[in-house]
Design a protein around this ligand. Structure first.
Ligand code: NAG
Ligand code: NAG
Length: 628
């Protein structure tokens, strides 16, 4: 009775009802209690504060330049110049907007020679009103600067707290509902009404929908099919979790910097999810290919299928990343070629072929029980795959560090622009950027990399470019390894979990060495734009841990049904494509009262994300899956 499908039926329906409720609550709830628009000094944008610079120096013009703490080795940028006051005894004041996301350093300079101007390090708050008063201190040689708060800033993180409380409310209603469901007659009634029927379908496909092959070739003796009887829900939940965060982040993440991609090096929430998606794709490839091989599917047929799938992914990817598809025929002149689905498609193809060529159905290997390396058989049996992956990695390192890029230093990993003290403004992404611009053309790659704003880069750079795809194959291969662990040690929870833990530790150590545990100072910093190798190892470290946790909660202990992440995980292609295509349509987007308010953005993005979860749940109930 306590099958995995049961717990989720009624409670998930409740979940949907309550999420719909919370979606209705969120929009007004996050914006009403502290109407930010009333407090916003006119003309200020989101993440800005007002700074009034008072020049009280006589006969001297003042210039102010600034630098964000998050801009690594950047040049100071001009902020404002304040002319000297014409009327004696009065200061001249100029108002300017300053960044409030990160602490910044202000650097003052005057026209008079031989003076020491102090630097000011300060973290302005959003929509605050500040004065910077510059005058001669008590001694006339020293300039003194003081920051005065005229009006205190708003707390722009408050909406996150409200959203959190609303979702916690949802969770508690759900829990109460769950307890309610334990009462037998009620549960039976719900169960009859709502149980979607046959839940124990087979191992999910690589991309999260049950494959066609699963439903057609069911004439195989059940004895050869042990893994599927205990479907691994953790994979779908892991996939769904990454996907939902991805949707939220793509919709804007409330315009908070920590929900958006990092400008260059380092990790934010947004930088975590794509690699996880790639990782779990690898895991699913391992499980589904193995099951099909054991059902005597021909390798050629599977190869054809893999080719077709990756072709479709590539095609869909091209269509949805192209911005013009609503405005008329595709414009070939500036069609973006790389993209998320394109990279997924290619990664899928390479890893699936690699697995097809070298995989053996796992059951055959039981004769190896006596060999000395038994504990490592999930690795050693596949040594040719490891050789291939290592070769790829050497290729990545070679191209990244040895390729000669005109006008740029060898092995450049920086953002260009004003980074590296402005020495290499057009070198964004070093070899990775160069290869894409050379092979695909400047117009056929992404035009607005995340380094645009902070580092003021001007060249096009694609975060889903060619060189990074090598490392995404690597990421999927680590996921494939997780799948092999599931297969080799099936039902031996301790074995599986300890292996995941060991992998996580190993990956963590490699990352710590490569990055020197720092954001910018390492040999190879973790970088989403480059998909550097340290990024892959760091994210694999997290992925093994996360999978371990979900596996323990869901498949070992059965404490959690996986709702709500399970449902989008089952229909990932549909949710991904859907969220991209309908991004600008109601109810995923609407006209905001104040487009410069974090609260409204957060409400909109969370509502949109919740709606996709509801859609995927309804489709799950109707057994509608988009299979490719
Ligand atoms: C900022 O504060 C100053 C000093 O109190 C005040 O004169 C000015 O009007 C304020 N600016 C805005 C836009 O509120
Ligand atoms: C960078 O590219 C821009 C535009 O193509 C060009 O004007 C500029 O001179 C280049 N800078 C360097 C240092 O090559």
């Amino acid at each position: 009775m306590a099958g995995p499908g049961l717990g989720c039926g009624p409670s998930a329906t409740l979940w949907v009802a309550v999420t719909a409720l919370s979606a209705a609550l969120l929009a007004p709830g996050l914006t009403q209690p502290h109407d930010l628009s009333r407090r916003r000094p006119l003309g200020l944008k989101i993440d800005q504060a007002l700074l009034l610079v008072h020049n009280e120096l006589m006969h001297e013009n003042l210039t102010v330049s600034w630098l964000s703490d998050y801009c690594y080795q950047c040049l100071y940028q001009d902020l404002v110049s304040v002319p000297m006051s014409n009327t004696p005894g009065k200061s001249s004041i100029v108002a300017v907007a300053v960044d409030s996301q990160h602490p910044i350093t202000l650097h003052l300079n005057g026209t008079g020679a031989g003076r020491e101007f102090p630097r000011i390090h300060y973290h302005f708050g959003e929509f605050g009103n500040y004065s910077l008063v510059v005058n001669f201190g008590s001694g006339t040689k020293m300039i003194s600067c003081n920051i005065i708060i005229n009006e205190s800033p708003v707390n722009s993180h408050l909406p996150i707290l409200y959203a959190f409380l609303i979702y916690m409310g949802v969770l508690s209603i759900l829990t109460v509902g769950h307890v309610f469901m334990i009462i037998d007659p009620i549960r039976n009634w719900f169960y009859k009404k709502l149980h979607p029927g046959d839940t124990d379908h087979l191992i999910n496909s690589e991309l999260g929908s049950p494959t066609r092959a699963d439903s057609t070739s069911s004439n195989v003796p059940a004895t050869t099919w042990t893994v599927s009887q205990q479907r691994l829900r953790s994979l779908d939940i892991f996939r769904g979790l990454s996907l939902i965060i991805m949707v939220f982040v793509n919709y804007g993440g409330g315009k908070y910097w920590f929900f958006k991609h990092q400008s260059w090096n380092g990790l934010t929430l947004a930088d975590l999810v794509f690699p996880w998606f790639v990782f779990i794709m690898g895991t699913s490839i391992s499980l589904s290919l193995n099951s099909m091989l054991r059902r005597r599917c021909s390798k050629w047929k599977l190869l054809g299928k893999a080719l077709w799938r990756s072709f479709l992914l590539f095609l869909i990817g091209i269509v949805i990343v192209s911005p013009n598809y609503c405005l008329g025929p595709l414009s070939w002149d500036n069609l973006r070629i790389p993209g998320v689905l394109q990279r997924l498609g290619f990664t899928y193809l390479v890893v699936a072929v690699l697995e097809l060529v070298f995989a053996k159905a796992v059951a055959e290997n039981d004769t190896l029980l006596e060999t000395p390396y038994f504990a490592l058989r999930d690795i050693l049996l596949y040594w040719p795959q490891w050789v291939f992956i290592l070769t790829l990695e050497v290729t990545w390192l070679g191209l990244t560090f040895l390729l000669t890029v005109p006008g740029c230093p060898k092995g450049y990993l920086g953002p260009g622009g004003i980074g590296d003290f402005g020495k290499y403004p057009n070198c964004t992404g070093g070899a990775a950027g160069y290869i894409d611009r050379l092979l695909l053309g400047e117009k056929h790659i992404y035009q607005h990399p995340s380094s645009n704003a902070l580092y003021q880069t001007t060249v096009a750079y694609d975060p889903e470019g060619i060189l990074g795809t090598i490392n995404s194959i690597c990421m999927a291969f680590f996921g494939l390894q997780a799948g092999k662990i599931f297969l080799f040690y099936k039902d031996q929870h301790k074995q599986i979990m300890s292996r995941f833990f060991i992998w996580s530790v190993v990956m963590g150590i490699i990352s710590a060495i490569l990055t020197k545990c720092s954001k910018d100072e390492g040999y190879i910093p973790a970088n989403k734009n480059l998909w550097s190798i340290s990024y892959v190892t760091t994210l694999s470290c997290f992925a093994f841990l996360l999978l371990l946790l979900i596996y323990y909660l869901v498949d070992v202990k059965r404490w959690w049904s996986g709702a709500p992440f399970f449902y989008p995980g089952m229909n990932s292609i549909l949710v991904y494509v859907g969220h991209e295509v309908f991004e600008n349509y109601f109810p995923f987007k609407w006209k905001m009262k104040d487009s410069q308010s974090h609260g409204e953005h957060l409400a909109q993005n969370l509502v949109a994300t919740s709606i996709w979860v509801i859609i995927s749940y309804l489709l799950y109930r109707k057994r509608i899956f988009w299979k490719i």
